[in-house]
Every structure is written in structure tokens, then in C-alpha cells.
Design a protein around this ligand. Structure first.
Ligand code: FAD
Length: 360
């Protein structure tokens, strides 16, 4: 964990603002972090990964999330792709694909479609067998890392059930088109991925085909939710630090901002938001590491609490900084835009609440 953290500090450092404004991450950064295993750090050592626990990977994700929301988004997608391959793939598929993901290739995960957002049961992408191949047709939208990806794990209908298939973006019939000017995580390479009768070898189909769509999706999203939640802890850490440091160093009306009680209240709330989100994430990761049956709901809880706290916390941090934080390149301004999106993805606030209500 220590060397992975150091690599992230060294390669990402304070460059996120520059990448965010450019709307691009340097490809060599992603290849280097990828080949060091940092982007999917829970992949077992025997498959070429770092073999971190969920809790250790969470800490790494929070560190990355505090520095750069776009690079953290890449890690969430890559980790989710690796998890789907680990969970659904045969031994041969794990041996074929996982070393590619820990060797510098980049992967995206594609569920969403123009008519299937919160309601993934409306997914229309079709995966069908044709001799020794499978053929994939459909349109996936808002795919994080899509613009950088070598591989996309595509979910779709297969016969009466569903399946996930690994599609190389170099395959004939794949068209990738960037989403221009997203509100946040602007350098994460969001893209529309069109699949026009894309033909891949049948051994790219993960696991037994024709499974339950909701089970497939829940398994993948559970990793994604834990990862996003830890990323939100990172957002809260950086916002709390920026707000506290500014409030202690800037004086107005004869005393530091931090000594004005209404400003102090923001600082207290930021600390509470960060600590509560961290405990929720630790709980979800402990469930993951212990193989607890409570994991699915713990991941929803962690994602929901961490995302809402990050969105509120980032807004408070901008408030504490005033005009000093009101510029696009400032870390709190970036956090404000990035955090809002965390309330939409991997199960929006509303969808998380519906899932939590079901468990109440
Ligand atoms: P809609 O489903 O149309 O929802 C709009 C609003 O209505 C939301 O507030 C929602 O909560 C609410 N709503 C919808 N249904 C209900 C309901 N039943 N009850 C109550 N409220 C409801 N997708 C991928 O597959 N892969 C990715 O890598 C990926 N990355 C993304 C990154 C970003 C930055 C963004 C913005 C999106 C990404 N997505 C990705 C898509 C994302 O998963 C969807 O945006 C999300 O599932 C919501 O779907 P939607 O945008 O179509 O909104």
C-alpha cells in the first residue's frame, strides 16, 4: 500500500486542475499507474495484481480521490472491470484478461443506455452466440474511461437472461465518441460507445451466459459503490483541509475566519461529514473482506452517505473560501462539480434510498 500511495502522490500530485481544464488525462500516467497495479489494486497477486484488501484499496482510492476525481474515476472503472472478470470469468479468462489490466491496458464497464439509466432492466443491447463468436449490438452512454479504454466490459441481453462480454475497442464495429464538457470529473474520458454487430471470440463471454441481469449488475455495482464511496472520502478530506487552512489564515473583521462562529460551524460539519463517510466505508470494506452477506446493503449505505456528504461538504468548502474558491481550477471548485456527479452515478440518491428502504 505504501509504495502505491507514493506512486500516486508522485505522479498525480497537484496536477488535477490542469488535467481537468484540458479535459484529458495523460495516457502515459494511466498506463504507468495501470502497470503498477494501482488502478485495480484488489486483483490477487497470482493474477498479477497487488492483492490489497478492500480496506487497503479503499484507503488508496481515498488518497487518489483527494488528489484527482478523474483519475479516481478511472480506478473505479478499472477495478470494477477486474472484479467482474474475477467474479464471473473462468480460470482461463482470469488468466487471459487480468494480467492485461495490471499490465497497463485500460478497461471501462458499460451498463447505461439512452433508454436504460436508473432502470437497467430496460437495457436493449443484444449479445448473441454465432458459431465460435459472439456478436454484440447496442449503444452505451456516459461510459467512464470510454475514451481511453482498450477493453470494455459490456452488459446486455443474452437469450432469456443476460451476460457480460469483454469487447476490445479496436474490434470492427466499435465507435467511441467523447462526451464533451461534462459538469465534473472532466478528464475521466466519458464516452458514448456504439456497438454495431461487433464480433468477438466466444471465450470473451464471461461465465455462464443467460444469467439474471439484476444479479450480474448488482455484483459489479457493489465494487463500484464501495470505490466511489472511498473516493468521496477523499473529496471530503481535501475540502476539509482546504477550508480549515483558509479559515485559519484569512482575517476578516479583526479575527481569523475560523473564529467567526458561523464559519466554525462549517468546519465542524465538514469534519463530521468526513468521519461519518469514512466509518461507512470502513464498514462496507470490512463486509467485503469478511465475505459478509451484509455487503450489498453496506455498499449502498456507504455510497449514499459518502456521496451526499461529499456534495454538501464541497459546497460548504466553497462557501468558506468565498471568492478564493470561486475559480474553476481551484481544488474546492473542482470538488464541488465532481461531488455532485457522485450523487447521480452507480445508483442515484433516489435509487439508493429505495434500496435502503427495502432493507429497513
Ligand atoms: P434517470 O434514470 O433518467 O434519472 C433521472 C432522475 O430521476 C434521477 O434523479 C433519478 O434518481 C430519478 N429517478 C429515476 N428513476 C427513479 C425511480 N424509479 N424512483 C425515484 N427516482 C428515480 N454508466 C455506465 O454504464 N458506465 C459508466 O462508467 C458510467 N459512468 C458515468 C459517469 C458519470 C459522470 C455520469 C454522470 C454517468 C455515468 N454513467 C455510467 C451513467 C449513470 O450510471 C447514469 O447516469 C445513472 O444510472 C442515472 O441514469 P440517468 O442519467 O439516465 O438518469
Amino acid at each position: 500500500l505504501g509504495s502505491a500511495r507514493e506512486l500516486v502522490s508522485d505522479r498525480v500530485g497537484d496536477r488535477a486542475g490542469e488535467w481537468d481544464r484540458a479535459g484529458r488525462l495523460p495516457l502515459d500516467l494511466l498506463r504507468d499507474l495501470g502497470s503498477a497495479g494501482v488502478l485495480c489494486a484488489q486483483v490477487p497477486v497470482k493474477d498479477g495484481g497487488l492483492g490489497l484488501s478492500s480496506k487497503e484499496n479503499g484507503e488508496l482510492t481515498a488518497h487518489l480521490g483527494a488528489l484527482c476525481g478523474s483519475t479516481r474515476s478511472v480506478a473505479t472503472s478499472q477495478g470494477m472491470a477486474a472484479w467482474v472478470i474475477t467474479r464471473l470469468g473462468s480460470r482461463r479468462q482470469r488468466t487471459a484478461f487480468l494480467p492485461r489490466l495490471t499490465g497497463g491496458e485500460l478497461a471501462a464497464v458499460a451498463f447505461s443506455e439512452p433508454e436504460a439509466g436508473s432502470d437497467l432492466a430496460a437495457m436493449a443491447t443484444e449479445i448473441r452466440r454465432d458459431g465460435d463468436d459472439v456478436v454484440v449490438s447496442g449503444e452505451k452512454v456516459w461510459i467512464t474511461v470510454g475514451a481511453y479504454a482498450d477493453l470494455v466490459v459490456v452488459f446486455g441481453r443474452f437469450g432469456d437472461g443476460a451476460a457480460a462480454v469483454v469487447v476490445p475497442t479496436a474490434a470492427a464495429g466499435v465507435v467511441v465518441e467523447r462526451v464533451e464538457d461534462p459538469l465534473g470529473c472532466r478528464a475521466a474520458g466519458h464516452a458514448t460507445v456504439r456497438l454495431d454487430s461487433v464480433r468477438v471470440p466466444a471465450d470473451h463471454l464471461l461465465g455462464a451466459a443467460g444469467q439474471s441481469l439484476s444479479l450480474l449488475v448488482t455484483s459489479a455495482l457493489t465494487y463500484g459503490r464501495v470505490s466511489i464511496a472511498w473516493g468521496c472520502v477523499g473529496i471530503l478530506r481535501s475540502c476539509r483541509e482546504a477550508a480549515a487552512s483558509h479559515a485559519r489564515s484569512r482575517t476578516q473583521s479583526g479575527k481569523p475566519l475560523a473564529e467567526h462562529q458561523l464559519v466554525a460551524e462549517h468546519l465542524a460539519e465538514l469534519l463530521v461529514a468526513e468521519q461519518v463517510a469514512t466509518r461507512m466505508c470502513e464498514h462496507a470494506s470490512t463486509c467485503w473482506d469478511d465475505g459478509s452477506p451484509d455487503l450489498v446493503i453496506a455498499s449502498v449505505l456507504a455510497k449514499h452517505v459518502a456521496a451526499t456528504n461529499a456534495a454538501r461538504g464541497a459546497a460548504s468548502a466553497v462557501q468558506v473560501l468565498g471568492s478564493a474558491g470561486a475559480r474553476d481550477g481551484h481544488p474546492v471548485a473542482r470538488a464541488y462539480r465532481d461531488a455532485k456527479l457522485m450523487e447521480i452515478i452507480e445508483g442515484s440518491n433516489e435509487i439508493c434510498r429505495l434500496l435502503l428502504a427495502g432493507a429497513a
